[in-house]
Design a protein around this ligand. Structure first.
Ligand SMILES: Cc1cc2nc3c(=O)[nH]c(=O)nc-3n(C[C@H](O)[C@H](O)[C@H](O)COP(=O)(O)OP(=O)(O)OC[C@H]3O[C@@H](n4cnc5c(N)ncnc54)[C@H](O)[C@@H]3O)c2cc1C
Length: 304
């Protein structure tokens, strides 16, 4: 109920304007967002690198309204790859295809994405296309496959809550595509997605067991200790060494677990979002954990 309301609110433009223009909520967004400027993301990336973790930088934005906005986002990503190289960071990039104009046309989005992936490839780097709501699943996979056939420096994300995901994984594995496995962050109807957490978790473990033996370098993105234990156990049983996959977690979430995994010799990548368009991302993080909402409300009352 709380999750549904927050996810619905994440699409409300009026509420977004209020939250993003309010000084208190802007400060509170720093709990999950490195900052509004690239410099702040780079500083956060350096801290993670110094702690033995790699990062993925996400210039926040989604569902842009005009081609000019989509082109500005493309230019921002080109700059991000240039800066990663200049700063010698252990970092790659994550981005949402609706930020690159997927709502306008798949062809337009594909052209934009290809130019960014070619820049990534010129540095020996990599871009991950995030997975958005189910309206975009098939289109995201199609665009990624088309771009990948021209430049392989791209992978994508599969959500364990969708019934279709096993088939999508088999499809993507057949072309050697790198996959980030997540549980899924959007509100989806039960006709297409497991409604119960325990079924999502069971599917996550099942899909992880498909990914790890594939010989392709995949990412297990979760803060759930049960998913992490299932992964480390399975890898040990199958003799899959720790450098053959990575764990990924979000900036500001379970930093204790991030450090523990590094100490145990696992690869960890922290997803670092930055930019002015942080509202929908922030709301999805609140929706994932009701305790975050309490923390948020207490801060608002205290400062108000
Ligand atoms: C690197 C990364 C990239 C992602 N990319 C995508 C994507 O492209 N598409 C997509 O749909 N989803 C994406 N997600 C989000 C994902 O789908 C889940 O919504 C999110 O990771 C929460 O699920 P969980 O696996 O951590 O398990 P949960 O069962 O939700 O949480 C397990 C535990 O983790 C901690 N936790 C989880 N979320 C939070 C939070 N917001 N605040 C504080 N603690 C928390 C809590 O301790 C919780 O008990 C991504 C997640 C990560 C880590």
């Amino acid at each position: 109920m709380v999750r549904s309301t927050l996810l619905k609110l994440s699409e409300n433009k009026k509420f977004a304007r209020w939250v993003t223009s309010n000084q208190t909520t802007r400060k509170m967004s720093h709990r999950f967002v490195a900052g509004e400027a690239l410099e702040e993301a780079i500083a956060a990336a350096r801290v993670c690198n110094d702690r033995g973790m790699s990062v993925s930088l996400d210039y926040l934005g989604e569902n842009v309204a005009t081609a000019a906005d989509a082109q500005r986002a493309r230019d921002a990503y080109l700059e991000v790859f240039d800066r990663i190289a200049a700063e010698k960071l252990d970092a790659n990039v994550s981005c949402k295809l609706t930020q690159l104009g997927l709502d306008m046309s798949a062809e337009f989005c594909e052209g934009q994405l290809l130019s960014i992936v070619e820049r990534a490839a010129s540095y020996g780097n990599f871009l991950r296309a995030d997975m958005e709501g189910s309206l975009y699943t098939a289109r995201t996979i199609d665009v990624v496959k088309r771009v990948r056939s021209q430049s392989p420096a791209i992978g994508t994300v599969i959500q364990a809550y969708l019934y279709r995901s096993e088939k999508d994984i088999q499809d993507l594995l057949s072309i050697g595509c790198r996959i980030r496995l997540v549980k899924g962050a959007y509100k989806e109807p039960q006709q297409i997605a497991f409604p119960r957490k325990k079924d999502v978790d069971a599917n996550y473990v099942k899909l992880m067991q498909l990914l790890l033996p594939s010989g392709i370098y995949h990412a297990l993105a979760t803060h759930d200790p049960n998913m992490i234990d299932a992964t480390t156990r399975f890898a040990a049983e199958r003799g899959i060494s720790k450098d053959k996959f990575e764990f990924q977690m979000l900036y500001g979430i379970r930093t204790d677990l991030q450090s523990r995994l590094v100490r145990e010799g696992y690869r960890v990548r922290v997803y670092i979002p930055f930019g002015q368009d942080w509202f929908p991302y922030f709301m999805r993080r609140l929706a994932e954990r009701p305790a975050n909402l309490i923390f948020f409300a207490q801060n608002l009352l205290r400062r108000g």
